[in-house]
Unconditional design. Structure first.
Length: 226
């Protein structure tokens, strides 16, 4: 495959995911009130209004309680207005991955999946996809695959958006590798993070809020390890 064909494939892939993100955002109608949390209650896919207290995780070792919550966003100065939660593993992983999902990446071998799309009162968007592996070895493999997926979008032609250099953060519950996202002119516009806590792995991407990427990655890792 020629270099031009590779660039064209990436361009087509990203155009698809951009359209998908716009469509997903249009479907989100739930309203978040105060510092309440949006969580899943067992439905395979639902758009849910926030509740005063988190509902117990509905999948073994995972569930929506392990995902970023509205209070995490509010603490960072972001104002969430809606969330769509799913437990199917079929949400696109990131802007770089195109249509690839966590279920694709894990070949359906995870013991549980969970994902969320958050919209804000600005043009920003947060997406997160998580999976629970049957073994630590499988989790380590999936983590490496997610990192490789992100790194595939670090080296781009001039004028294209790209992910910057990796930064590592470690908490008592796990480790994350986060990367700033840059526009074609080099402006930072958000970022993406790959998370690992024991047998759980996740990828979270934030757009439109570049100053909060590390903080959101930390919050997401704390949730995943809780």
């Amino acid at each position: 495959m020629t270099e031009n064909q590779t660039v064209q494939q990436k361009s087509v892939r990203r155009n698809r995911v951009a359209a998908a993100a716009c469509f997903a955002a249009a479907l989100i109608t739930a309203t978040v009130v105060g510092t309440q949390s949006a969580t899943a209650d067992g439905a395979a896919h639902r758009t849910a209004a926030a509740r005063p207290a988190a509902v117990a995780a509905v999948a073994p070792g995972l569930g929506s309680a392990r995902l970023v919550q509205s209070e995490d966003l509010l603490r960072k100065g972001l104002k969430p207005v809606g969330a769509t939660v799913a437990l199917t593993g079929r949400q696109a992983l990131s802007a770089c991955s195109g249509e690839e999902t966590m279920r694709d990446l894990t070949k359906g071998a995870a013991t549980a999946y969970a994902s969320v799309n958050w919209t804000f009162d600005t043009d920003g968007l947060l997406t997160e996809s998580a999976a629970s592996a049957p073994t630590g070895t499988a989790a380590a493999t999936w983590e490496k695959q997610l990192v490789a997926l992100v790194q595939d979008c670090q080296d781009e032609p001039a004028g294209h958006w790209y992910y910057g250099a990796a930064h590592t953060l470690t908490t008592t519950g796990g480790t994350a590798h986060w990367y700033p996202a840059h526009n074609g002119d080099g402006t930072v516009t958000g970022g993406v993070a790959v998370l690992r806590s024991g047998t759980r792995v996740a990828i979270v991407e934030l757009t439109g809020a570049p100053a909060h990427v590390e903080g959101i990655a930390t919050a997401a890792l704390n949730r995943l390890s809780s």
